[in-house]
Design a protein around this ligand. Structure first.
Ligand SMILES: Nc1ccn([C@@H]2O[C@H](COP(=O)(O)OP(=O)(O)OP(=O)(O)O)[C@@H](O)[C@H]2O)c(=O)n1
Ligand SMILES: C[C@](O)(CO)[C@H](O)COP(=O)(O)O
Length: 232
């Protein structure tokens, strides 16, 4: 199943505190941005990549894309002040229907097998997201005091990619704009339409590189993958 992908890459990386866009930080000598781009550039089902970028990063991103020989068409749109605005800027450039994936550029470990499962489910369901069952006990806390232990069996930690029929995502973003609704993921906008969103189980490796310790986890994930790839 073919698809297009929007990669929001216009964050400021405040929690990483690197003094620059965290996507320029390197894992095994390759920028995080390029690790993520390669997943989609190497996937024959991916028709086109739309990158939401801060204007000040545009030249450096373009140079990196050329240096690392990313062959697939990558178009750039300006990012917005929030992740949702960056994605909306990209979505507005898409005039055809089909399937769109939204994937954080800061999640470089997404696997082809999960993208395949996601697009397959989206073809039927219209909307599907990747996530993993919660592993920890979950509690609600107010003012430093636990108010409730939340039943864990139905809780999932949500990742990206999140996949949608393009017309459905347009409708969801238009409604969110009218209502001034700001969500922390794209599926929450679709849920507001009353449209069901299917959950596809991914894996715990699909981390979002957010804080400095994530760089250590990321190096460990890469090392594990290299060992597996080299195994006879
Ligand atoms: N205005 C924004 C904010 C975020 N993003 C992108 O959305 C993804 C997930 O965001 P997050 O991990 O929160 O990145 P940052 O916003 O860079 O981090 P922070 O919140 O710590 O500043 C990242 O690929 C980031 O580049 C974006 O395109 N536009
Ligand atoms: C979309 C997302 O990656 C799902 O986990 C996440 O909500 C983005 O988080 P952010 O840190 O608030 O940008």
């Amino acid at each position: 199943m073919t698809y297009k992908v929007i990669l929001p890459a216009a964050g400021s990386g405040k929690r990483m505190g690197a003094g620059k866009n965290k996507l320029l930080l390197e894992l095994e000598g390759v920028p995080i941005l390029i690790h993520t781009l390669k997943v989609f550039a190497d996937d024959e089902d991916c028709e086109t990549i739309i990158l939401a970028v801060n204007p000040q990063d545009e030249k450096e991103f373009t140079d990196l894309i050329n240096k690392h020989h990313i062959e697939k068409s990558v178009s750039m749109v300006p990012g917005g002040s929030e992740r949702q605005h960056s994605i909306y800027n990209a979505l507005k450039t898409i005039k055809t229907d089909g399937i769109i994936l939204v994937h954080d550029a800061a999640r470089p470990f997404i696997k082809k097998e999960h993208i395949l499962r996601l697009t397959g489910v989206t073809e039927e369901a219209g909307a599907a997201i990747i996530g993993v069952p919660a592993k920890d006990t979950m509690k609600k806390v107010m003012g430093g005091t636990v108010t409730e232990t939340v039943e864990r069996s139905s809780l999932w930690a949500v990742h990206t990619p999140q996949a949608f029929r393009i017309s459905l995502l347009h409708e969801a973003y238009e409604k969110a704009e009218i209502d001034s609704f700001l969500g922390t993921d794209d599926a929450s906008l679709v849920e507001r339409l009353g449209h069901p969103v299917a959950m596809v189980e991914g894996d715990y490796d699909n981390i979002k590189i957010t804080t400095p310790e994530d760089l250590f986890f990321a190096e460990a994930i890469l090392k594990k993958r290299n060992i597996k790839a080299e195994a006879p």
